[in-house]
Design a protein. Structure first.
Length: 985
């Protein structure tokens, strides 16, 4: 008989009763070489012929089993989908029995397309089995056939559990779901049908099996997001330090970047929600207790009572799963109430019941139910009965800061409305409002409340507008002139105070048209001394029109007091620097006597304090340029300008204005005082000395200071505000590379696991001082040096090596996340940095051109160090998801990440194994642990696709879940790479 097609071959085999071995031999004879079983649809044809009758044909089934043994399982699974007559029990039974041959040990070592085919086949069989289970569950309604139906259902559910119980099969189905969303919809429909029929199952064992199957299928889409929370820890120093850092240095920052950062840490460290919220509150109370008296105390109060509740409101919007966020907040407060000594100390410091005020604020924001709030307040009130009290009469009269701050917040809104009115209509009324703001600590209270609620920038804009308004001079009498002078002076002083207290970026407008930049912005950027800003006293900004300077000098020298009518204050402030230079030269050359100079300085500060501020700003820049023996007269002049007048002929609110002026001058002169060891006192400040100033011990190398502070912090287990300021100063002084390199060296010295882990948590929080730059240095310089130098590999042993891998991933993930969202804090952006090596020359764009790093690696091929396949790696070997997503490689962070993953790929592919290879595995494991479900913006997108096959060779990485995590499944190529790697496991 001549065989024409497959059906004829099957018919002949059945007639002649071929054995399965004969079947295989004859099939090879009948069909030409190179013909594969899938081209012939062999599995489909055999299945169709075997299932023609009410019971399956055993001979044809034996051929089918032989074909499956010859690796056509996926074809069988796909063809199985077409058999839908579940009423033929014997046929269904035989098909389920065949599945025992392979359902929990599927594999494929072919091409990626074949592996994707296996994924699709597995999903189609899942649909078939769910339909089968749903059919028999529905059939249980018929009492006559209940026993036989239960047997069929049991067989089906057992195979389903066998398939779904394999993580490998789950992963393959996960890939298929992303490949074919329509098929997944069919699975969801079958699941719903099976779920609706569960009530018909009277057998408890069968019902629990069916429920387990449903649960396993529902878990497939979210299989990457299931992370166990840490339940063996109660303290989380990273959260503590991040909150302290924000409260100490970034009160004006938007809450969203802080929220993102806190959520990132929560996810990376698997912190349960109640303990996460508790740690935030603990940090706030510690900050309140630690904060220096004065402005810093008000800032911390505003941060705790106004900003943190807003942060929690934003955290509430994040998906919490089945948990209720308000219940987590309540639970956190329950834990907090047990920390009685901490709460008592805070109450003592603030002279009020802080916890109750905080609970009321949280209730207002919808973070606590009223019942929970009342219950917590009652518990705290009972606790406070036994608390130590400050009973002095002095304290009884002090109004508590938390209450003042909470009242200041609505006042800020009212002042902003007042400032929006037309200033020309009632300047006297506006002056009254401003005068009230200057009294006592009102200004600092209002500014702290505005900063914590995000209104400070708006506040500053209104004062700049007011300052500009004073330029417009009409026909004015002496009263109108004095009001205008006061409006100019108060707005100028307030803006200086805001810039010094909260940073100059709060003042700067987003964009002003050229030629329309407000006077104060121009003066602040060019003439105002700030920390880390060096001014040139000979800069053109200090050298205005000479005729204006001459007339100002004459006015100051000849008049008994400053004239106010028709006075252009902005011009006077810009001219005063050159005028002071003239006066100083005249004094030094003996043209003017000390008494004459004193009269001039009295004139400068007598009416308008702003002129004294502008004069001292120039003198500070001038003193820096002088030799030690030339500074005397300049310093004397600064002292004279800082000493207030106590005469009667001063303008309104003089004493209040002098207090602010003295504070401004003290900040301006701080650097000069430190450098010259001069004694300049500003007696009228009425404020506390500058906190956190001059923290470094004299004559001690900064490396020793860094090591001492870090060891103390590590011993304590948490970072305090003072340490944060010391670390910040050291980062400024030593530079990013020095700071990062020395702290990493300290980490690599840790030989105890718990100390190494604590060091990582603390270092991550310290790196938050400038996360972007420190991450670039860590990933772009320090890690490559450690990984490419065999003499340093011993440093990467466990535990310090594992700890460094964790720190590197945490820094990379949070930097990449915040960078992508454009959420770098303003106080990080303004940092004055040294020029570190240009990343574009270090890591060139063109991947075919060897980068400096790659040349370094390839030059070591003959050493015991890593050998790379080639210096100029081709694009195909380094193709990554980031290139398919067209991520810009002009960005330094993207460039550094791409090169780091190229280096990691080369280490995995090299023949030399060692601790550096183990480090790479730890790094990748941590990447998987930190992965955010469904986020395309993961650092793993920079990993070359070729790395996946290398990684699965390592025992710790050969898990289907890890393969899914490290590949970008949003891309077809990523799914193929993952399917190929998983199918081969």
């Amino acid at each position: 008989m001549k065989v024409v097609n497959l059906k004829q071959a099957i018919l002949q085999a059945w007639k002649e009763r071929w054995s399965d071995y004969q079947w295989a031999v004859n099939m090879k004879k009948f069909f030409p070489k190179g013909t594969t079983w899938d081209i012939l649809n062999l599995a489909e044809a055999l299945l169709e012929q075997a299932m023609i009758g009410p019971s399956p044909n055993p001979l044809l089934l034996s051929y089918l089993k032989y074909a499956i043994s010859s690796q056509v399982a996926s074809l069988f699974l796909l063809s199985l989908f077409q058999f839908d007559d579940f009423s033929r029990d014997l046929c269904v039974q035989s098909l389920l029995e065949i599945m025992d041959m392979f359902c929990d040990r599927l594999s494929c070592h072919g091409k990626a397309e074949e592996c994707i085919g296996l994924c699709r086949a597995l999903m189609s069989v899942l649909i078939w089995m769910l339909r089968c289970a749903a059919f028999y569950t529905e059939k249980l309604k018929e009492p006559l056939e209940q026993g036989a139906t239960e047997i069929q259902l049991k067989m089906c559910l057992e195979r389903l559990l066998k398939i779904l119980g394999s993580p490998k099969n789950q992963a393959l189905i996960h890939i298929a779901k992303l490949e074919e969303t329509s098929s997944w919809n069919a699975i969801e429909q079958s699941l719903a049908k099976l779920g609706d029929s569960l009530g018909h199952i009277s057998n408890n064992q069968l019902r629990s099996q069916a429920e387990e199957c449903i649960s396993l299928v529902k878990g497939i889409p979210t299989m990457l997001s299931v992370h166990a929370e840490q339940l063996n820890k109660t303290g989380f120093p990273t959260i503590h330090a991040v909150v302290l850092l924000e409260g100490t240095m970034n009160l004006t920052g938007e809450p969203q970047p802080l929220v993102e950062q806190l959520m990132m840490v929560k996810r990376m460290q698997r912190i349960p929600s109640p303990l996460f919220i508790l740690e935030i509150w603990k940090a706030c109370f510690v900050g309140l207790i630690e904060s220096p008296e004065g402005t810093d105390e008000l800032k911390w109060t505003a941060f705790t009572f106004l900003k943190i509740p807003q942060v929690l409101v934003k955290l509430k919007k994040y998906p919490q799963g089945e948990k209720d966020f308000t219940e987590d907040v309540n639970c956190a407060f329950e834990f907090l109430l047990k920390l009685t000594p901490l709460l008592d100390k805070a109450d003592q410091r603030c002279n009020c019941d802080c916890t109750s005020l905080l609970l009321q604020e949280c209730s207002k924001q919808g973070l606590l139910s009223e019942a929970n709030m009342n219950n917590l307040i009652a518990k705290r009130t009972a606790d406070r009965e036994h608390a130590p009290r400050l009973k002095s009469a002095e304290n009884a009269n002090i109004q508590p800061n938390p209450g003042l701050i909470l009242r200041a917040e609505p006042t800020v809104t009212n002042i902003l409305k007042t400032m929006d009115s037309d200033h020309s209509k009632s300047p006297e009324g506006l002056l009254g409002v401003l005068g009230h703001m200057l009294s006592g600590k009102s200004l600092d209270l209002l500014l702290a409340a505005a900063a914590a609620t995000g209104k400070l920038k708006s506040f500053a804009r209104k004062f700049i507008k007011l300052n500009e308004f004073t330029k417009h001079i009409r026909d004015e009498g002496s009263k109108a002139a004095s009001v205008r002078a006061l409006l100019f002076d108060i707005s100028f002083l307030m803006l200086c105070h805001v810039a010094q207290t909260y940073g100059s970026e709060v003042i700067l407008s987003e964009s002003s048209p050229p030629g329309e930049v407000p006077f104060f912005e121009t003066w602040m950027q060019t003439c105002m001394p700030e920390e880390g800003k060096i001014l040139n006293p000979d800069h053109p900004c200090f050298r205005p029109d000479s005729t204006k300077v001459e007339s100002l000098v004459a006015l100051l020298n000849n008049s008994s007091e400053m004239k106010l009518v028709q006075m252009k204050w902005q011009e006077a402030c810009l001219s005063i620097s050159a005028a002071i230079l003239e006066i100083l030269n005249a004094w030094e050359n003996g043209v003017l006597t000390f008494e004459s100079v004193q009269k001039i300085t009295d004139n400068i500060k007598g009416k308008v304090c702003s002129m004294a501020v502008c004069a001292v700003a120039w003198l500070v820049a001038h003193v820096r340029m002088l030799g030690l023996d030339e500074r005397d007269k300049s310093l004397q002049m600064i002292r004279q300008l800082g000493t207030p007048l106590y005469g009667e002929n001063t303008l309104q609110f003089y004493s209040e204005r002098v207090v602010i002026m003295s504070s401004i001058l003290e900040h301006m002169c701080a650097d000069v005082v430190q450098q010259t060891a001069a004694s300049i006192k500003f007696p009228a400040t009425g404020m506390d000395p500058m906190p956190y100033w001059n923290l470094l011990p004299a004559k001690k190398p900064i490396k020793e200071v860094l090591m001492d502070v870090f060891s103390k912090v590590l011993e304590k287990g948490w970072v305090d505000s003072r340490s944060i300021h010391i670390f910040d100063t050291l980062l400024h002084m030593g530079g990013v590379y020095w700071f990062c390199n020395n702290l990493v060296k300290e980490l690599l010295k840790e030989t105890r696991k718990e100390h190494a882990m604590r060091a990582v948590e603390l270092l991550y929080s310290i790196f938050c001082l400038d996360m972007q730059q420190l991450t670039l240095t860590l990933l772009g310089h320090i890690l490559p040096n450690l990984l490419t130098d065999s003499s340093k590999w011993h440093m990467l042993m466990d535990p310090p090596g594992k700890a460094l891998a964790k720190l590197s991933v945490w820094c990379a993930s949070s930097s990449y996340s915040s960078h992508n969202k454009g959420q770098v804090s303003a106080w990080q952006r303004k940092r004055h940095r040294e020029d570190i090596e240009d990343y574009i020359s270090l890591f060139p764009l063109d991947d075919t051109q060897p980068s400096k790093l790659m040349r370094l690696l390839s030059s070591n091929e003959d050493d015991t160090n890593i050998s790379l396949p080639s210096a100029d790696r081709t694009m195909s070997s380094s193709l990554s998801a980031s290139q398919l997503h067209t991520v810009s490689m002009r960005d330094p962070l993207n460039r550094v990440l791409a090169n780091l993953f190229l280096l990691i790929s080369s280490i995995l592919g090299s023949k030399t194994a060692g601790t550096h290879t183990q480090f790479v595995q730890w790094f990748m494991e941590e990447c998987v642990d930190c992965l955010e479900q469904g986020s395309r913006g993961s650092i793993l997108q920079f990993m070359p696709f070729t790395m996946v096959s290398e990684l699965v060779k390592a025992s710790t990485m050969s898990s289907p879940k890890i393969v899914l995590a490290i590949t970008d499944l949003s891309l077809p190529l990523g799914r193929r790479v993952a399917a190929k790697a998983i199918a081969a496991l």
